[in-house]
Design a binder for this molecule. Structure first.
Ligand code: GLC
Length: 454
């Protein structure tokens, strides 16, 4: 635990969300966003703040990997890993029959877990499309279920009041030009036209779409895929959409994978709930609810989102182990969601007991080590007005002496696990002067105090 807190702290330094300087969280946010490319060459820049507003509030979404790979359930890369010929692989479609109503259950599960959006694979690297496409017969309306799973998904996710995201793999192992496009100019032209055509279908046939989540610009790069032209088309068809960075162009947000390392600009950590993105029947390495919550808190405190991935079974339902965990995460969110939604990069991060999310004047202390009946927060440049347990509103007694705040008369044992949250309301947005806690430099010799860096 000590180790992980140290890593967190280190990350804050490295990410530029500096605790060293006394800066307001608005300043920190503005500085973080300054990492984006200049408006002249970035079609997303002029409208980014409007388009990204809901996304920056949402903080928690559900990622879903669903396709023919769900049938053999040995991971979504098995076509490549096991070198399965395309004609053999296509036979999985005979056993791909998600029950009608499956997408409704997914959307309810996401909402119950406190998630605000869902991103589903419309087409993964295998090339099988869950949507109706005129550009190939290798799709769910012509094979397998013979239904448009994407149309069902969009309707279900909307019905639960959630935002709709489309994952789309640029890499396509099935398309005859999908791999040779790297060496053959004519193949590249055909393949790029195919990819652009499919994205156009997705952006045209399903009403308003909130997120386009590209993956794997391979074997071409952004130039080869003509990603800038593609993105401009997407924006012209869906002016409110937000787009990730995996077309090889920066888009609106970065996408660290399987880690919560913060970026300087808007970022979203995508992470599996076990070890596979798609359904994998032999993978029982499920993350605990505590780990999921802790990851969500880490993302929220660094101004990022957490996109937690699950893989439905080929019949449609999510595995029971997965449903159980998501339900418990939802219970935590009903108690403590206020500390997550709309959180900004926290300007307070250093203590001996937990991590801090922040929204305006309120700091939310996520206590991950219940160290006793008193907890101390130092270097705080704001006056504390009140402190309370977030789940039941019970006040917490405190004393403040300059930047040092002592929370007092706490129960000897944590009132709720994982991590109880204490809301601290200040007279102004709190920031932390870590000069007050300079001992940190002794623990982290690779970091130098500000005066030594100058
Ligand atoms: C990687 C994997 C892919 C997965 C994705 C999710 O790119 O290739 O299987 O869909 O990560 O971020």
């Amino acid at each position: 635990m000590k180790e992980s807190r140290r890593d967190c702290l280190k990350q804050m330094f490295l990410s530029g969300a500096s605790l060293l300087a006394v800066a307001s969280s608005a300043e920190v946010e503005a500085e973080a966003r300054a990492g984006a490319p200049s408006p002249a060459d970035d079609p997303f820049a002029p409208t980014r703040d409007q388009r990204m507003a809901w996304w920056r509030d949402a903080r928690f979404g559900m990622f879903m990997h669903f396709g023919l790979y769900s049938v053999p359930s040995r991971g979504e890369w098995l076509m490549a890993v096991e070198d399965i010929p395309a004609s053999e692989y296509a036979k999985f479609a005979n056993d791909f029959h998600p029950a009608p109503g499956s997408t409704r259950a997914w959307a309810r599960t996401a909402r119950d877990a406190g998630m605000k959006y869902v991103v589903l694979t419309t087409k993964h690297h295998e090339g099988f499309c869950l949507f109706d496409t005129k550009l190939t017969d290798y799709c769910a309306t012509k094979m397998g279920p013979k239904r448009d799973i994407i149309a069902e998904y969009v309707e279900s996710v909307r019905a639960e009041g959630l935002k709709v995201g489309f994952y789309f793999s640029l890499m396509d192992w099935r398309h005859p030009d999908g791999m040779r496009c790297a060496e053959d100019g004519a193949a590249r032209q055909r393949f790029v036209e195919f990819v652009h055509g499919q994205v156009r279908e997705l952006m045209t046939n399903y009403g308003k779409i909130d997120i386009l989540w590209y993956d794997m610009a391979y074997p071409l790069d952004a130039k080869g895929f003509e990603s800038d032209r593609l993105n401009r088309m997407v924006l012209s068809l869906q002016p409110s959409i937000v787009v990730n960075n995996r077309s090889g162009m920066p888009g609106d947000f970065d996408t660290p994978e399987q880690n919560t390392n913060p970026g300087k600009r808007d970022w979203e950590s995508c992470m599996t709930l076990n070890d596979n993105w798609g359904y994998a029947h032999a993978d029982h390495n499920w993350k605990s609810v505590g780990t999921v919550v802790s990851n969500l808190v880490k993302c929220s405190m660094y101004g990022g989102n957490y996109l937690l991935d699950v893989g439905p079974t080929p019949e449609g339902p999510l595995p029971d182990e997965c449903l159980k965990r998501l339900h418990e995460v939802g219970e935590w969110m009903r108690r403590y969601g206020e500390s997550i939604y709309g959180s900004q990069r926290s300007a307070v991060g250093y203590s001996s007991f937990g991590q801090f999310t922040q929204r305006g004047n309120t700091l939310y202390a996520h206590v991950d080590e219940w160290i006793g009946t008193e907890m101390v927060l130092a270097g705080i440049k704001a006056r504390l007005k009140s402190a309370r347990f977030l789940d039941n509103g019970r006040p917490v007694r405190f004393e403040q002496d300059g930047g040092r705040i002592v929370l007092k008369d706490l129960p000897p044992e944590p009132p709720y696990a994982p991590g109880p949250v204490i809301a601290l309301e200040f007279a102004q947005p709190p920031v932390q002067d870590t000069m007050a806690t300079r001992i940190v430099y002794k623990c982290l010799p690779d970091l130098k105090p500000p005066e030594a860096r100058a």
